[in-house]
Ligand binder design. Structure first.
Ligand code: WAQ
Ligand code: MG
Length: 228
């Protein structure tokens, strides 16, 4: 049987060692050059500032790629967050970290019960890569919602992640989200326009012996998201 090769494309950009932008795609061979050019341009013109280091990596993906369903979308506002924490009894430290930490290139993996941080490289966080929508679109500008929906669906597909919290670190993008139990709650007004915050938190609820394999899945297993 003939099957078409797919390629993972990863972009990371930084200045003085601090993350400025990054992106993850999975595309067909015919789209690779265009995606590389567009992600390069995106990094160079990013509102977090022009990078002094820019890396784009292309790798062919071998074998069958796991497919997971998209999350259903519900519109809400930032005051959903404290209600959500109270309702589920997640440790409030996670919410405090969401609102205070920034500058990571990945997400903090936080124990939902204790609020303890479980990922070891605290300056980097867990960087989810190797995911995209099954129906890819290659557009010149960052698609905040679509890209977040792909990442959130992959993260939610791991049984040890009970919820994801996100605020963009892009200064003027104020809509954040919470992903929980198959739903993506889009939260308007998570920060003031221009406010220098923004990060991601993955709430972990599973055996501590499985932290390393959970991180490995998030960082390395290729996943395509079906339906939007
Ligand atoms: N893996 C893990 N964490 C990441 C990743 C990744 N691939 N990409 C970004 N992060 C973390 C990192 O700490 C960033 O500083 C932070 O998230 C914010 O990243 O429905 O654009 O790319 O309209 O700025 C939400 C869309 C957009 C809401 C989120 O995040 C909506 C966004 P950004
Ligand atoms: Mg950003």
């Amino acid at each position: 049987m003939w099957s078409m090769s797919l390629y993972s494309v990863k972009m990371r950009a930084s200045r003085d060692g601090a993350h400025t932008s990054g992106a993850e795609r999975i595309v067909k061979a015919a789209e690779v050059a265009d995606v590389v050019a567009k992600l390069t341009q995106r990094a160079l013109t990013h509102p977090n500032g022009a990078p002094d280091q820019l890396t784009v990596t292309v790798a062919e993906l071998a074998g069958e790629i796991r497919r997971v369903p998209a999350l259903r979308v519900v519109e809400d506002t930032a005051d959903f967050l404290p209600r959500f924490f109270a309702e589920h009894g997640f440790h409030p430290r996670a919410l405090e970290l969401l609102r205070t930490v920034t500058g990571l290139r990945g997400a903090m993996l936080i124990d939902a019960d204790t609020g303890h941080r479980l990922d070891s490289d605290t300056a980097r966080g867990v960087r989810v890569t190797n995911m995209d929508h099954a129906q890819t679109q290659v557009l010149p500008t960052k698609q905040h919602f679509a890209e977040a929906m792909a990442l959130a669906a992959k993260v939610a597909s791991h049984p040890n992640i009970v919820a994801e919290l996100c605020i963009s670190d892009d200064p003027d993008y104020t809509t954040g989200y919470v992903a929980h139990a198959g739903t993506y709650y889009r939260l308007a007004g998570c920060k003031e326009t221009g406010e220098r915050i923004g990060t991601r938190v993955f709430l972990y609820d599973g055996p501590l012996e499985e932290v390393a394999q959970t991180i490995d899945y998030l960082e390395n297993t290729p996943v395509l998201v079906e339906g939007l």
